[in-house]
Design a protein around this ligand. Structure first.
Ligand code: 4NP
Length: 168
């Protein structure tokens, strides 16, 4: 069976999208879906190519029981062809993705991450880069809800049935 490829995209690829990727992979493992669905992340900018995630993102993830292993990389046209689902953190990322793919038929696979969050209070995952610690926890909680919603959508759309692994 062909694996489903999911790409999370933000601006710098050091705060929001690497956390989304790591949290999504954590959820895939819990559901026993890691052999069926793959995930990666990248940024629309070239600001942090090769960099580890922001230290505040790493600390926040650790506090929430999530380990992140990623180095910053920039979105490419090849990504737009290769990935089945492309999830943008905010409207600016979304527009930049569509612009890079303007000669490709990709609109059907690009979505805003928060469009999967039940009862979302806003359309964007806010950029925590210039804010304080609370912003990072807010991003974590938004991503947690949005990713659960996305997984429900994906299971239904792709006809995936889940038998959770026993704990421990
Ligand atoms: P991210 O956050 O897009 O969630 O990774 C940012 C990281 C770096 C910058 C902006 C946003 N920057 O301007 O360097």
């Amino acid at each position: 069976m062909k694996k489903i490829n999911v790409l999370f995209v933000c601006l710098g690829n050091i705060c929001r999208s690497p956390l989304a990727e790591a949290l999504f992979k954590h959820k895939l493992k819990q559901l026993g879906l890691e052999d069926f669905i793959e995930a990666d992340s990248c940024g629309t900018s070239d600001y942090h190519i090769g960099d580890p995630p922001d230290s505040r993102t790493l600390a926040n993830a650790r506090r929430n029981g999530i380990t992140i292993q990623h180095r910053g990389r920039q979105l490419s046209k090849d990504d737009l062809n290769r990935f089945d689902y492309i999830l943008a953190m905010d409207e600016s990322n979304y527009e930049n993705i569509l612009y890079l793919g303007r000669n490709l038929n990709i609109i059907h696979k690009v979505s805003l991450m928060r469009s999967f969050e039940p009862d979302a209070k806003a359309r964007e995952v806010p950029d925590p880069y210039y804010g304080g610690e609370r912003g990072f926890q807010e991003v974590f909680e938004i991503l947690d809800r949005s990713l659960d919603g996305f997984l429900d959508y994906l299971k239904q759309k792709e006809g995936i049935t889940v038998s959770p692994k026993p704990a421990g």
